[in-house]
Design a protein around this ligand. Structure first.
Ligand SMILES: [Zn+2]
Length: 684
């Protein structure tokens, strides 16, 4: 591991923060915290913590000795001084004399002694930092250190690897008891430069930021070198099928299997993030991968990301991909059953009232292919994959020098269900469409863009499909929530297939289709050029069929239902003069919607249409509005609001109708009119 300290960068940060009133020590504390936080082999997404002991002045001018310690759950890679709240040292040090301190009381004590009461909660490892006398204390969950401590009896190995310069602390759950035990180990030999925490990680300390950081990197390197020099021959590889199925062919099956059934055909769905590399595949092709996965997480705080550990499934055979859905389901069922047993057994040991979290795996290892991280959002799914990569590194190292033997699941349980850990996740309240993927054609147009934004605001990830790839990407960016843009001519079935493949590659599947793309051509029906009518049918009918077919293919693989939504226009029920080339295929699409409702209702797949009229868009441009209103001798405003409500209907109103249909879980074969009221076009 490289030591990234750079005098110039450090001094520049000190100078920049000095202008903002931040002192040298805290500025350097921020600097090395970021250095540590930027390396996944040291800390991941909110893990790890650092501190420094300085003086701070309160609002009435009193000066205090304080501990500036990382806020709970804060990401070290992007920490700011505000992310290191200052806690008065006096009260923290007094706590060491106590025999017991409940977690809630510990949090209360820390909060009560904040210099700024609006600060984030100080880390759960605050007392450990406070009880050590050094000015700077660094703590990481280094994978190389975990390779050494995730052993059945790690104490002698720690002694061999690190000698007498590092203290050894047996496993204790983070909190008051661990802080006291660690301080006792230090007091027994104050010459140590750090502490190795069994099954957990490493602390180093120093008189200045550089010394604590240098020691961290040094001891991580000592561990890395030991692992490299003492590696045993590689474990045997599993036999793989001659032809492997592709990740895309199994992703929807897997995504469907890990969705949480709420009963009555309703699901809390998850996003899947596929991750692969030579290193990942090489490791998970081991014959022992299911055994490793079953042993658990490499450091306990990963349980909030991947629960009790990964799930390993057999390699998928391309020639038997039809049978693979059942294989996945049996593995997910077994994982969930084990998880329930783990919860029930450990929950029964005390009187604490807990609610079981969903029992689904968050990381699936697929020999031959790679791994899938699962989460309610793409962000969470990616975090699960990140955790998976570091789990692999730690397990590989532990197996190289001995046998991977992490914290037992009985000891993991109080940590996974610790109120302080769960609080880190509590801020992610699900939205109505969280976990769902919507694919929108004509996505960069007025209606498409309004729909993408509204769906993303409601928690869905949008796949914005448009002829114009740049506009699609721009629309997706504006919609937010990690939405993506895809360029495709949807009258070409191969391009439609590629767009759906992209949705599967990024998110794992599709739950909602908004088949919205369309274009209008004018002319009296009896005199229409045949080629023009056929061209209109390609876009206004066959493209709807093509995208719906692809959506249904994926939805059936997932087995969690879904919804098809078609933009059919008022023309489908109430023809306008010289608009046959547009209206006739739209009428067919209205029936297409009903046919899908009929044929796939038994699979929980709903199908509805939105029947919109006179929306300012690419189909009805400002120039067209000016010409048509002029021809009728009315103002543009009168033309656009020529309906029963007397109000212009907008793309936003159409998007709202699509959202309504996505959420109305018992509505199918329906047509919703969004035209401000037009009796001639009213549906019976
Ligand atoms: Zn820790």
């Amino acid at each position: 591991m490289k030591n990234l300290w750079n005098d110039e960068t450090a001094e520049k940060l000190v100078a920049d923060y000095a202008k903002k009133g931040v002192g040298r020590d805290l500025a350097l504390r921020v600097y090395t915290t970021r250095l540590l936080g930027g390396v996944p082999q040291l800390v991941l997404h909110g893990g790890g913590n650092t501190s420094c002991k300085i003086k701070a002045t309160d609002l009435v001018g009193d000066e205090w000795d304080v501990l500036c310690v990382k806020g709970s759950g804060r990401d070290m890679a992007v920490i700011e001084p505000q992310g290191l709240p200052a806690v008065k040292m006096g009260a923290l040090l007094k706590a060491r004399a106590l025999d017991k301190l409940a977690d809630e009381d510990m949090v209360a004590l820390q909060r009560a002694n904040l210099i700024d009461p609006s600060s984030p909660n100080p880390s759960v490892e605050t007392l450990l930092h406070a009880f050590l006398p050094h000015k700077f204390v660094d703590h990481t969950h280094s994978t190389a250190i975990l390779a050494i401590v995730d052993q059945e009896d790690s104490k002698p190995l720690v002694k061999t690897v690190f000698g007498s310069k590092m203290g050894y602390v047996p496993y204790i759950m983070p909190g008051f008891d661990l802080a006291k035990a660690a301080a006792d180990v230090f007091d027994a030999d104050p010459t140590v430069e750090g502490l190795i925490l069994d099954k957990h990680g490493i602390f180093t300390f120093g008189d200045d930021a550089k010394q604590a950081y240098d020691r961290m990197i040094h001891y991580v390197n000592v561990a890395e070198e030991y692992v490299a020099e003492n590696a045993k021959p590689k474990a045997a590889k599993a036999a793989l099928p001659a032809r492997l199925a592709t990740p895309a062919s199994i992703a929807p099956m897997l995504r469907g299997a890990v969705a949480v059934a709420r009963g009555e055909g309703r699901f809390d769905r998850m996003i899947s993030d596929f991750r692969t590399s030579d290193a990942i595949v090489d490791f998970i092709n081991s014959a022992a991968i299911a055994d490793y996965a079953g042993r658990g997480v490499s450091t306990p705080d990963l349980s909030i990301r991947i629960k009790t550990g990964p799930m390993a499934v057999p390699a998928p055979d391309a020639d038997k991909v039809g049978d693979y859905k059942a294989v996945i389901k049996s593995h997910v069922d077994a994982f969930a059953k084990d998880y329930r047993a783990y919860f029930e057994t450990n929950d029964a040991l005390d009187d604490v009232k807990r609610t079981m979290l969903d029992p689904m795996p968050r990381l699936t290892l697929v020999p031959g292919l790679g791994m899938f991280g699962h989460g309610r959002t793409l962000k969470d799914a990616r975090i699960a994959s990140d955790v998976g990569e570091m789990w692999i590194e730690a397990v590989r190292g532990a197996e190289a020098v001995g046998r991977f033997h992490p914290l037992s699941k009985a000891d993991l349980f109080p940590l996974e269900y610790w109120s302080l850990e769960q609080a880190k996740l509590a801020s992610n309240k699900p939205k109505p469409l969280t976990g769902q993927v919507v694919l929108i054609t004509g996505g960069a147009g007025a209606i498409g863009a309004a729909t993408a934004k509204l769906f993303a605001d409601n928690g869905a990830h949008a796949v914005v499909v448009d002829l114009d790839g740049d506009k699609a990407a721009d629309t997706a960016k504006k919609a937010g929530n990690n939405s993506i843009g895809v360029a495709a001519d949807i009258t070409d079935p191969a391009q439609v297939r590629a767009a759906f493949d992209k949705a599967v590659a990024v998110f794992g599947g599709v739950d909602i289709l908004v088949s919205n793309a369309g274009a209008a051509w004018e002319g009296r029906i009896g005199e229409l050029d045949d080629a023009l009518l056929r061209k209109s049918f390609e876009l206004n009918f066959f493209a709807h069929q093509s995208v719906a077919q692809n959506a249904v293919r994926i939805m059936l693989e997932q087995g969690t239902g879904g919804v098809l939504l078609f933009n059919t226009s008022k023309q489908a029920v109430n023809p306008g003069p010289k608009f046959g080339a547009y209206g006739v295929p739209k009428a067919a699409t209205l029936f297409l919607s009903r046919q899908y409702a009929l044929d796939y209702g038994a699979h929980g797949i709903r199908s509805n249409a939105v029947n919109a009229d006179r929306i300012r868009s690419g189909l009805l441009t400002d120039a067209m509005i000016a010409s048509r209103s002029g021809a009728r001798g009315v103002s543009e405003k009168e033309y656009m609001s020529g309906n029963l409500l007397g109000q212009e209907v907008t793309a936003q109103d159409v998007a709202q109708a699509f959202l309504h249909h996505a959420l109305a879980e018992r509505t199918t074969a329906d047509v919703t009119t969004v035209d401000g009221g037009n009796i001639a076009a009213a549906l019976r």
